[in-house]
Design a protein around this ligand. Structure first.
Ligand code: ZN
Length: 304
């Protein structure tokens, strides 16, 4: 799909914010070419572009954007679906600060976008093609991107919990792969942390209907995939990278990442102007890029 796309018609729904617990109405509206993805806080009259330039404070349990006196929170699952389904231009109107959590995955957003349909706009899509590796490390957390002719994500997680000692997955992300393998994976949290979060005014809307809850010995609700946790981390990373403003042509490799690392990386990548260029999506891969692919897949070394 080399041309930019938008929605064919308005798509709207209501839900609750995971952290605020507040009810929110949201509408996805068609937008012209080169508009990009922007949020609009209808209750405040403030438009906030989905771009790293508008990242809010500390990104920990979710990714938030802010501008002037307004913010939008928990933007990552919706952005992940929009980016992966090729929606380049859309105005996301909402009447609260937090994007509804729905069922904790991106599947409801996929359904909403597919129900509205998409259409091509008369302008070429520009992709951010990686020319040389960029890496950010924070202790044992690591994130990097390498030249690759399409878009691929490798992710490894390891938590101090018997269910989640180590999960790793690599997928080349096409629209269909996203819909089938990534979008249904739900967010997750540890039961022992829920009370603490609530005392801090977070996870107020969280329940077994919108999150996998992990107890001492097992999960409290049935899993959709055996490795649903790492799949959800891939979903988050794709959504956070949507803040680059363009689809990525490259191989993203993440070890023990989270929103803080993903978003810091997106900002760093944009700063390293000689590591990438913007090309029309219809153009084939830059010749030098192939030669720069590391001989050993980086996920191997990252996992050890
Ligand atoms: Zn998430």
């Amino acid at each position: 799909m080399p041309a930019q796309r938008t929605l064919r018609q308005v798509a709207s729904c209501t839900g609750i914010g995971l952290h605020s617990g507040q009810k929110v109405s949201i509408a996805l509206k068609p937008a012209p070419a080169n508009f990009g993805i922007r949020f609009f806080r209808a209750d405040k009259g403030v438009e906030i572009p989905a771009h790293v330039d508008y990242l809010g404070g500390v990104q920990q349990l979710q990714t938030g954007l802010s501008r002037d006196h307004a913010s939008v929170e928990t933007v990552e699952h919706l952005l992940s679906a929009l980016r992966s389904l090729g929606v380049d231009n859309v105005l996301i109107e909402l009447n609260q600060a937090e994007v509804p959590i729905m069922d904790g995955s991106a599947a409801p957003w996929v359904y909403l976008i597919q129900s509205a349909g998409t259409r091509e706009l008369g302008a070429p899509r520009q992709v951010l093609e990686i020319l040389s590796p960029v890496e950010v490390q924070d202790g044992d957390k690591r994130i990097a991107v390498y030249p690759f002719g399409r878009f691929k994500v490798s992710y490894t997680i390891s938590f101090d919990h018997p269910l989640m000692r180590h999960q790793e997955k690599t997928l080349e992300i096409t629209e269909q792969v996203f819909v089938d393998e990534i979008a249904p994976a739900r967010t997750f949290g540890f039961l022992k942390e829920v009370e603490l979060l609530r005392q801090r005014g977070q996870a107020l809307g969280g329940s077994l209907d919108n999150a996998i809850v992990i107890g001492e010995t097992g999960v409290l609700n049935a899993l959709r995939f055996e490795d649903e946790f790492v799949r959800h981390k891939m979903l988050d990373a794709i959504g956070d990278l949507a803040l680059l403003g363009h689809p990525v042509r490259g191989h993203l490799v993440v070890h023990r990442g989270g929103h803080a690392l993903h978003t810091a990386f997106a900002a760093e990548l944009l700063r390293q102007r000689d590591a990438w260029h913007l090309v029309d999506a219809s153009e084939s891969v830059a010749a030098p890029a192939a030669a720069r692919v590391p001989a050993r897949p980086a996920v191997r070394s990252a996992a050890r």
